[in-house]
Design a protein around this ligand. Structure first.
Ligand code: GAR
Length: 192
């Protein structure tokens, strides 16, 4: 039976698109049953709607960065109701805590634009550039209560070029992210 996925994102959703593409070309036996965002105008929601996937905005109570526990509880209840097997964070910029972690133990994945444990947190590609790293990359990991601290599933390396800008480096990392995420989901599924 195919895997039931939920995708949570805050932005453009190119990683969500890479999951859609992997499903469509047969690399991933899965169905995205819902896409949730904390921003009503996030393009990730539009990508879902265009595909006919349920797309909803979560109510974060007006907080800019916090992911309120009540919100996490209602998201967990909704995802349970939809019989979701795995939750993929794809550019989701709030910290997931107990209510969701407890509901989906070892079933929440995140993609991060650096070679963790290096450069956790926001704009990791900028951090790599500013630190003068010669190589960076991307990581898919299980989500725990820390910030980008969960067990690593898979990583891809990306060289930093001498003339890289933050934008060019992030774009090159994203090419690898789009290959890595579907492959890492498969690997996590094999471990269920
Ligand atoms: C991706 O590069 C992802 O790795 C990053 O946000 C971008 C979202 O792009 N996530 C984080 O920084 C999480 N700490 P997308 O909306 O096009 O998938």
């Amino acid at each position: 039976m195919s895997l039931r996925l939920a995708v949570l994102g805050s932005g453009s959703g190119s990683n969500c698109q890479s999951i859609f593409n992997a499903i469509d070309d047969g690399r991933l036996d899965a169905e995205v049953v819902i896409v949730l965002s904390d921003h009503a105008d996030a393009y990730i929601l539009e990508r879902a709607r265009q595909r006919g996937v349920r797309a909803e905005v979560m109510d974060c109570g007006g907080f800019k960065n916090k992911f309120p526990l009540e919100c996490q509880e209602s998201v967990a209840a909704l995802l349970k109701e939809l019989k979701v097997d795995m939750v993929c964070l794809a550019g989701f910029m709030r910290l997931v805590k107990e209510p969701l972690l407890r509901a989906f133990p070892n079933r929440i994945l995140n993609i991060h634009p650096a070679l963790l444990p290096a450069f956790p947190g926001v704009e990791a590609w900028k951090q790599a550039l500013e630190a003068g790293a010669e190589t960076t990359g991307c990581t898919v990991h299980y989500v725990d209560a820390g910030m980008d601290t969960g067990e690593i599933i898979m990583q891809s390396h990306v060289p930093v070029m001498p003339d890289d800008t933050a934008q060019s480096l992030h774009a090159r990392i994203q090419v690898q992210e789009h290959i890595l995420y579907p492959a890492a989901i498969l690997s996590a599924v094999a471990r269920l």
